[in-house]
Design a protein around this ligand. Structure first.
Ligand code: FMN
Length: 201
């Protein structure tokens, strides 16, 4: 059983992050989930899910219910303003952290080591501990600033998995397109999945 952190920021595509959390839990892993403030708002706007902000235990039950998971035991909700959370420290063992979807603002923060809130600090920790940090950026077009920041985080060791659905597997629905991106993230994490049809298999 692995220990993963999934951060949902305020980029469009919160469905990617939700599907990723669901798949990690179904694969038997524990997931620390953190929404940035913008991530919470965009998720509410795009998916209609409002994360409770008063009580992390209530929040994890609500999240598990939204994802139609049997129970909430494998989910832990961390709040972006809580710098005392375990994921803020390198002494807390985490197999990998995925920021999905990831704003260009978050990429900039990681590229410059700002660590000003819990998710940014947790990403900073992953880089300094040489652990797997996966960013799923979503923005178009990309400015030179975005491209330079993406280069900087890649040079620092992060893996960039852009939210770019492919079409060679002939998607029939939006779900298929979401699953392609989430499947590629799970591949990077080395988590078995059959979310998309592999080329010529
Ligand atoms: C509906 C909506 C969609 C957005 N989509 C994106 C996006 O795809 N990529 C991005 O970088 N920012 C996007 N933003 C802007 C970010 O949410 C904003 O820059 C925010 O400050 C990011 O904060 P965070 O990185 O802490 O989540 C979007 C905002 C809204 C309201």
């Amino acid at each position: 059983m692995g220990e993963y952190t999934v951060v949902v920021t305020g980029a469009s595509g919160s469905v990617y992050g939700m599907r990723l959390i669901e798949q990690l839990v179904l694969a038997g892993h524990n997931v620390s989930v953190c929404f940035t403030d913008a991530g919470r708002e965009v998720t509410a706007f795009e998916l209609g899910f409002e994360l409770p902000t008063e009580d992390a235990r209530v929040a994890r039950v609500a999240l598990a219910a939204f994802l139609e998971l049997q129970d909430a035991d494998q989910i832990r909700v961390a709040y972006a303003g809580d710098l005392f959370d375990p994921i803020a420290s390198g002494s807390h063992r985490t197999d990998a952290m995925v920021v999905c979807p990831c704003t260009m603002g978050f990429v900039a923060s990681v590229a410059h080591g700002l660590a000003a809130n819990l998710p940014a600090r947790a990403a900073d920790v992953m880089l300094k501990e040489r652990r797997l940090l996966v960013l799923v950026p979503r923005e178009t077009p990309l400015s030179l600033v975005h491209l330079r920041n993406l280069t900087a985080v890649a040079e620092a060791g992060a893996v960039i998995v852009p939210a770019m659905p492919a079409f060679y597997q002939r998607p029939e629905s939006i779900d298929d397109m979401v699953d392609f991106v989430v499947g590629k993230v799970l591949d990077v994490l080395d988590v078995e999945n059959e979310l998309f049809k592999r080329w010529r298999s």
